[in-house]
Write a protein that binds this ligand. Structure first.
Ligand code: GLC
Length: 741
């Protein structure tokens, strides 16, 4: 294989000039070829693909991960096509490549941008080492519906948290500069509104008023666009009657004209031709026209561009200027990635996959992603010195595949360290570990294993149960109508509980689950999401106090499915529920007079509160908040205010707390949420240590889109809270003066 000649040019042209020079030599067919992304053949190159590369009919290949095949794909383009334009090689590196990190929803529970950046950086280095130069992540769809399978892939329900963590993931993937060794281009997806799919059913219709789009769903995308994400991907969904992939308001008015974003936009898988299935276009040619008109630079997987764009240009329906703008964005990314200078990959230039450093980063991410939801009488952390034996029971106690979670294409179960292995290694000969599967798998209703599980629990000093969802139960196209523990896992928990042995439950899942009964039965409950390759060692260290849990929920946990959508930053309504709203039907008197139950917004059989609120999470410390003060009681638009509070660790263990800042705009040009996250900081305090935390709020941080969808900052009164969850109670009030801007 001949190396690309890399002659140092003392006065290199700018990328813009290099693009212009190259495009001046390209024929229309070659330009359209750049706009086409095709699926790899999976480990080999079929004749049609080889021919297409030589004929410059392909700009990108996705789903090829064999380094020799990728180098050959690049060689066919660079050395056997007329202009030698290298390929973008795309892959869904969503939460790791070979070293698998917690699912993104789990990583979001760390509320730690640095942890997320490091994870993405490891993923990028591993992916780049085989020749991948473009990942389809971060997924930053806002969703408040845990029935939706892709909540697992998201960074939670809050636009502010999602934007910050999404930007951290972009930084991890792309490094300080695109093209630096071990970095790959990131892709913000799915633009936009996909997380509000009706009924939580994937690919379903989305109807979101523009004001809600702007105040909620678009915010994280704007944040990562400003953070320099290299590309965007259009969503599958029909947004307000216009599929996102053909939605000029989204792709042109907002993304290009308002945000001045000039990165590459790729469609989702066949989402261009699916516009005909939507009933938005009549055939592939009209689908191609709508997508190009909207501004989709590259078509993923389907071939309407390569099949119809030349004719659309010849018929005058698409101009060559439109094509040139789109192709320029594709070529610019290739130049920025350095692909023209270095199209080939030499694995010797990269660190080994799954190396100790990568596994260490993955373990830290898993430790910080786990959320402690209950710890009755401080049963956790368990102490080796106080235990003779511990029972390890459940279908997920020793399953290295399921713990990896959804969207894992290249990670392998064989590399996982399960809870069973990690706990046995941690306890060594000091404590006897009695393992019992209990159920064959999480969906099983076969109780054949119950007797052994019960006996094992009865003969142990404590029980650790590992239950939850299989990896396939969340992710794309995998939504659930019920979100309880599958199979007879609840019955297994009940049976083990009945032995009276202290019960610690660890749940692995791709979404919040309706686990109220499990919470009641467990003495302690740790939510581990799907924790990835190093999930076992992370959970072991947390349960036995080597680490203290510090995760906070990035998403609200409903008590029952009927409460969905349920989220913290809801509007107040004209009749907000009250603390005395009924929670259980059985508490309601017989024949209650019609208006006696409170004419407010609640469910007769569920009340209005979630099982666990956004931002909630316990630790082995105990954090108390006091003395909230502000630098000013009022400010003028354009100024900032400092908000302070004391945090004291009254617990017996050193621990970390994610301190959160929430704000409420009491009166707005449109109704405003009862709380909105506007800041968070992680602090580490030893027992008895107090720290005075401060946050700075600028009036710009309080801007929102008004009823005319203009971004404004208004005067008026605001409440501010500082605390350890969205149910923070320590609050203060300040006022903003000045003319609305
Ligand atoms: C899928 C997903 C998208 C992914 C793409 C490539 O259908 O919707 O998130 O990046 O296709 O695999």
């Amino acid at each position: 294989m001949t190396k690309a000649v890399n002659v140092a040019n003392p006065f290199p042209d700018s990328i813009k000039v290099r693009v212009q020079k190259l495009m001046s030599r390209m024929g229309l067919d070659e330009k359209i070829g750049q706009m086409s992304q095709v699926n790899g053949s999976g480990g080999w190159i079929n004749d049609h693909l080889a021919w297409s590369l030589r004929e410059s009919r392909v700009g990108s290949v996705l789903n090829e991960v064999n380094i020799d095949v990728i180098n050959e794909l690049q060689r066919l383009c660079v050395e056997e096509s007329r202009l030698g334009i290298p390929l973008l090689i795309g892959r869904d590196v969503i939460h790791g490549f070979k070293t698998i990190f917690p699912i993104p929803l789990g990583q979001a529970a760390s509320w730690d941008p640095e942890v997320i950046r490091q994870g993405a950086s490891v993923a990028a280095a591993e992916a780049a080492s085989v020749g991948i130069n473009w990942t389809f992540a971060p997924m930053i769809d806002i969703t408040r519906d845990p029935r939706w399978g892709r909540i697992a892939e998201s960074l939670g329900e809050d636009p502010y948290l999602c934007g910050i963590l999404g930007a951290a993931m972009v930084k991890g993937f792309q490094g300080d500069k695109l093209g630096q060794a071990g970095s790959i281009a990131a892709c913000a997806k799915h633009f936009a509104g996909y997380g509000a799919s009706e009924g939580g059913r994937d690919y379903n219709t989305v109807n979101i008023p523009e004001n809600e789009m702007r105040n909620v769903h678009l915010r994280p995308f704007k944040h990562v666009a400003d953070a320099g994400v290299a590309s965007f991907m259009s969503a599958f969904c029909d947004l307000n009657g216009v599929p996102a992939t053909g939605n000029a308001w989204l792709m042109d008015d907002v993304l290009r004209k308002e945000w001045n974003y000039d990165g590459l936009v790729v469609s989702d898988w066949e989402s261009v031709v699916e516009m005909t299935v939507h009933g938005f276009t009549k055939d592939d040619q009209s689908a191609a026209l709508e997508a190009v008109t909207a501004g989709i630079d590259m078509e993923m997987a389907s071939s309407s561009y390569i099949d119809h764009l030349e004719k659309l240009v010849a018929d005058g329906k698409v101009t060559i200027e439109q094509i040139d703008k789109m192709v320029a964005r594709i070529l610019s990314l290739k130049f920025e990635l350095g692909l023209f200078e270095n199209p080939y990959i030499d694995p010797a230039n990269f660190s080994a996959l799954l190396n100790d450093e990568h596994l260490k980063v993955a373990k830290e991410a898993a430790v910080k992603s786990c959320v402690l939801l209950k710890n009755k009488e401080k049963i956790l952390p368990l102490s080796k010195s106080k235990l003779q034996s511990v029972a390890l029971i459940g279908p997920l106690a020793d399953d290295g595949f399921e713990q990896l979670g959804t969207w894992v294409f290249d990670g392998e179960a064989q590399h996982s360290i399960t809870c069973r292995r990690a706990i046995e290694e941690l306890l060594g000969d000091d404590v006897k570990v009695n393992f019992s599967q209990g159920l064959d798998n999480p969906r099983s209703t076969d109780h054949a294993g119950f007797a052994h599980a019960i006996e094992t629990a009865s003969n142990s000093d404590a029980v650790i149960m590992l239950v939850g969802e299989e990896a396939f139960m969340s992710g794309e196209a995998h939504s659930r109508a019920e979100i309880n523990l599958p199979g007879d896992q609840e019955k297994l928990i009940e049976a083990v509980k009945a032995t009276g042995t202290p019960l610690i439950v660890v749940i692995m899942a791709g979404r919040p689950l309706t686990i109220e009964k499990v919470v009641e039965q467990a003495d302690a409950l740790l939510y581990a999401w799907h924790p990835g390759t190093m999930g076992g060692p992370a959970i072991a260290d947390l349960l036995f106090g080597v680490e203290s849990p510090s995760g906070k929920l990035p998403v609200t946990f409903p008590r029952m499915v009927g409460q969905i959508p349920i989220y913290y930053s809801h509007k107040n309504t004209g009749r907000p529920a009250t603390e005395d709203s009924y929670v259980r039907m059985e508490d309601i008197p017989v024949r209650p007079p019609q208006t006696s139950l409170g004419m407010t917004s609640f469910h007769l059989d569920a009340g209005f509160k979630p099982l666990f609120p956004f931002g909630y999470g316990l630790s082995y410390g105990a954090f108390h908040y006091s003395k909230i003060t502000m630098s000013h009681s009022s400010i003028v638009i354009g100024e900032s205010i400092e908000v302070f509070a004391d945090v004291l660790n009254t617990g017996e263990h050193v621990a970390e707390e994610v301190v959160q800042l929430y704000v409420r705009d009491l009166v707005g040009n449109v109704t405003r949420p009862v709380k909105e996250l506007k800041g968070f900081k992680r602090v580490r305090l030893v027992p008895g240590e107090r720290e005075r935390i401060s946050f700075t709020l600028h009036t710009d941080d309080l801007a929102f889109f008004d009823r005319k969808n203009n971004l404004i900052t208004e005067s008026g009164k605001f409440h501010v809270w500082i605390g350890g969850s969205s149910e923070a109670s320590l609050w203060a009030e300040f006022e903003i003066f000045g003319k609305t801007v």
